[in-house]
Design a binder for this molecule. Structure first.
Ligand code: KIV
Ligand code: ZN
Length: 508
């Protein structure tokens, strides 16, 4: 099994994502995590580009000892000098210098000939090599460059001392088969290639960064440049977690491994997401919220019978606790039964069937049925909490220039009772009317509302706690209308009081 070196560029290319900049402290924390998880090389920043970048690289170089610390530099003496100055304290360091090699970049951006570019590259590598043992050279926009020119420039920089030659797909243009051919060509044609490691750095403009990187590794590259959650310029870079988990999960196919402690991946992903403010899409491979969530009845049934029916890796292998069986309109009886058992309810026969039919009604209205919904259902349907009072009707008049006024009708056994009240707001008005009808004055201790589904028809879930005679009672209600959800939550709490189901006894 051959080792693949993981070069993480979250703190350099990743930080170049629009709006993803991190503070120096955050970068330092992230670098510690990257080192802890087993990253071989951490590209800490581009020191000449700003004083903050310089400080970030410098602080990481002073503090993080487990991994090699790399800094980026254009093929210019002043860049390389600055880069080395920032890297100096690192026990293991690498200068990463680059210049563009495609015609479009050389003609329009650099306005230089091939010979001039080759000379700049060689001079840069030679100078970097006089400062550090490890020097990486990147031919920017390699995948749109002439292959013969790449062959010549890589051979020349290896001769000048480069120990790693990087082949960037800067604009995410290549495709797996073509990229593998290019790597094969370089392995065969570059003079002195046995003295250097071939690295690849793929961008995701066509969504092919992971596939391109993996094909290149198959073809002979031995360093993968990646970023956590795939962040980076434009559509981002090849994602750290996808490359590492692909190599691990399909060892049978690649025969390659990394020394990454994969159980720390989820935590790392969460940390980078919070530091950069870049949310991970729910269906993102490996680290998205839904990556181990199953909703359809057939899938839930399969996963309950054997996890590997619908999972190719375990959630624990990336540091997640367990898979999630999301209860929604596609869920079946097996999934519901399993979730109820997790909540401590063993329901059988008619009780279970009754609950299941009620569950399907709710699931049709809501995107996801949460534990609170199930508990409320069980209490209502199975008479665990007898409904002393139930809602018949309510109305509220409110506005910016009127005093909120509510009318509420409740039923207690066969009696219908009605009251009206004003309040500081619509919820206060209905709560006062309910207190009057039920003759149960309480103190509202907490009130929280959350959208349990999204969009215009979102369901609001209201959770309240109230205090009565020094005891605390909880109430929960769900409806598309937040006032109605509030009414249900309050009646739920009042019924609890009447049933005397104390949740917590307050200290005298
Ligand atoms: O995408 C790119 O070409 C780069 C280089 C600096 C390696 O980020
Ligand atoms: Zn890049």
């Amino acid at each position: 099994m051959e080792k693949i070196y993981i070069f993480d560029t979250t703190l350099r290319d990743g930080e170049q994502s629009p709006g993803a900049s991190m503070t120096v402290e955050q970068k330092l924390e992230a670098a510690k995590l990257l080192s802890h998880i087993g990253v071989d090389v951490i590209e800490a920043g581009f020191p000449i580009s700003s004083p903050k970048q310089f400080e970030g690289v410098r602080r990481i170089a002073e503090t993080v000892t487990g991994s090699t610390i790399a800094g980026l530099a254009r093929a210019l003496k002043k860049d390389i000098e600055k880069c080395f100055e920032a890297l100096k304290p690192a026990p293991k360091k690498r200068i990463h210098t680059f210049i563009a090699t495609s015609d479009i970049h050389m003609n329009y951006k650099l306005k230089k000939s091939k010979d001039e570019v080759l000379k700049l590259a060689v001079d840069a590598v030679r100078y970097a090599k006089s400062l550090t043992e490890e020097v990486e050279f990147s031919a920017e926009d390699a995948t749109r460059s002439e292959w013969e020119f790449l062959r010549d420039i890589y051979a020349a920089v290896i001769e000048a001392g480069a120990t790693i030659i990087n082949v960037p797909d800067t604009v995410g243009y290549t495709i797996p088969e073509e990229f593998a051919r290019l790597i094969g060509y370089l392995c065969k044609e570059v003079r002195g290639i046995e003295k250097a490691v071939i690295s690849v750095h793929c961008h995701n403009d066509l969504g092919l960064a992971t596939a391109n990187t993996l094909e290149a590794l198959k073809a002979g590259a031995r360093q993968a440049e990646v970023s956590v959650n795939g962040i980076g310029e434009r559509a981002g870079n090849a994602s750290f977690e996808e490359i590492v988990m692909s190599l691990r999960t399909r060892q049978d196919c690649y025969g390659l491994n990394t020394t990454i402690k994969t159980e720390q991946i989820y935590h790392l992903s969460k940390t980078i997401s919070s530091f950069t403010g870049m949310r991970v899409q729910p269906n993102k491979a490996i680290v998205g919220e839904n990556a181990f969530a199953h909703e359809s009845g057939i899938h839930q049934d399969g996963v309950i019978k054997h996890q590997m029916t619908y999972e190719i890796m375990t959630p624990q292998s990336i540091g997640r606790q367990h898979s999630a069986l999301v209860l929604g309109r596609h869920s079946g009886k097996t999934g519901l039964k399993a979730r109820l058992e997790e909540l401590g309810y063993i329901l059988k026969g008619k009780d279970f069937d009754k609950l299941y039919s009620k569950f399907t009604e709710i699931a049709d209205k809501k995107k996801e049925v949460f534990d609170e919904d199930l508990i409320a259902l069980i209490e209502e349907e199975l008479n665990i909490l007898p409904e002393t009072f139930s809602l018949v009707y309510f109305s509220v008049i409110t506005g910016n220039n009127v005093i909120p006024t509510a009318t509420v009708k409740l039923k207690k056994q066969r009696t219908i009772m009605q009251e009206a009240s004003t309040g500081d707001g619509p919820v206060d008005a209905v709560y006062k009317a309910i207190e009057r009808i039920t003759d149960t004055p309480v103190k509202l201790v907490s009130y929280s509302i959350n959208a349990v589904t999204h969009g215009k028809d979102a369901m609001g879930g209201v959770t309240i706690t109230v205090e009565k005679d020094k005891k605390i009672y909880r109430g929960y209600g769900v409806a598309t209308d937040v006032i109605e959800a509030s009414v249900h939550a309050f009646i739920n709490a009042i019924n609890r009081i009447h049933y005397n189901s104390t949740i917590e006894l307050l200290e005298e």
